[in-house]
Design a protein around this ligand. Sequence first.
Ligand code: UD1
Ligand code: MG
Length: 456
Amino acid sequence: MFTSIILAAGMGTRMKSEIPKVLHRVCGKPLCRWVIDESKKAGADTVAAVVGHKAELVKDELGDACGYAVQAEQKGTGHAVMQAGEYIKNAGGYVVVLNGDTPLITAETIRSAVEYHKENGNHATVLTAVLPDASGYGRIVRDSSGSVMKIVEQKDANDEEKLIKEVNSGMYVFDAESLLYALGELKPNNAQGEYYLTDTLEILLAAGKKVGAYIIGDSDEIRGINDRVQLSEAEAIMRRRINEYHMKNGVTMRIPDSIYIEDGVEIGSDTEICPNVTLKSGTRIGKGCVVGTGSVLDRAVIHDNVDILSSVILESEVDSDTHVGPFAYIRPNCRVGKDVKVGDFVELKNSTIDDDTKISHLTYIGDTDVGKGVNFGCGTVTVNYDGKKKYRSTIGDHAFIGCNTNLVSPVNIGDGAYIAAGSTITEDIPENYLSIARARQVNKHVSDEWLAKRRK
Ligand code: UD1
Ligand code: MG
């Protein structure tokens, strides 16, 4: 158990954005939300974010995922942690400090670093990584015996220090008491006139405390995001992690690099996700499904053995053994039953479609409850909007709707009713009736003079 403090007050100038940096998303989740969630998975019982730039926006987005401390003016990372003083006082045991712009840090690394800190009896442990190009980062300066002496910022480093490849990740484990003591001693004596959190290590060493470094094996985990290029790089790594997680769970992906799956998607085993598919957060897919090329699913709930081809499904549920697409558009608040066919160029909105119904082509169904085993001919349209209001209709079980039918809502079609092709239905149809609502065809014999005039 530990308290984690996440620094998220910075502006993120290089993002060139109206949105605070920590709210930019990687695989559907804000940067700092990744850090919060990983801290919790690692065992944090309290998480506090230090917010500053557009604090209200950040709080609105994160809600009660964490507690907050406010840093009104950005006077450095040490100053930011000072603002969370109350959380540190209440922490009792250990405090983990993390950055809100490093979404790739994993729960496993945080947990191991806390373990390492405890096992070594450290008062402070800095998480480090060895990078081929260390520029921009603070360098870890060790003495001849290999013990950590201090961290030097790039701007304050001498030529020899600049050659060091071991860098400060900006993440630390502290004993709460030692951290409080060190924060009290911080002075802004550096190139930027800021309170550097990094100085706490030297302060603790001078006070006879034990300081160590935990080296993170996968240096990708410390990648901080400062601009959109780094955002896309982090997203590529996260996307690969997510896709590998699903593949290891039994999901087939033939071209995984083309597939974008957000955080918090569930997929059953033996389901295949085809190239160029987007699955957004909150989507759940059962076993044995195929999600075909080009499909986009957002908060869709798909049961087992469903076959979807090049279609869009938003905030709707599709039951087992149903076939969707190609080019179907299922808009929010639909429930599609078992063994249904939602074919090409079919749009559904705010409707329920019961089991075994076939809507094979070129049809719009909005605000309608459709029964079981209904057959829609090509080109059926529910006319649900009169320019001011929307109206609901019902279609009974086993009704047969002929091609090119307009159903002017509100209208109720009885069970087993038949509608002749080309009808515009404005009145209810009783059970088992046949309804024909179209102009009668007239075949006329015409004179030779008439024909000659037409054909001139
Ligand atoms: C910091 C470290 C550096 C480390 C690097 C890792 C210091 C002095 N330097 O440098 O050793 O290698 O991170 O990425 O700590 N923040 C606030 N309030 C502030 C200042 C910063 O909340 O007043 C937040 C930022 O939003 C960011 C984090 O702290 O999430 C790090 O700040 P940043 O300015 O990026 O520090 P670096 O210069 O990168
Ligand atoms: Mg930084």
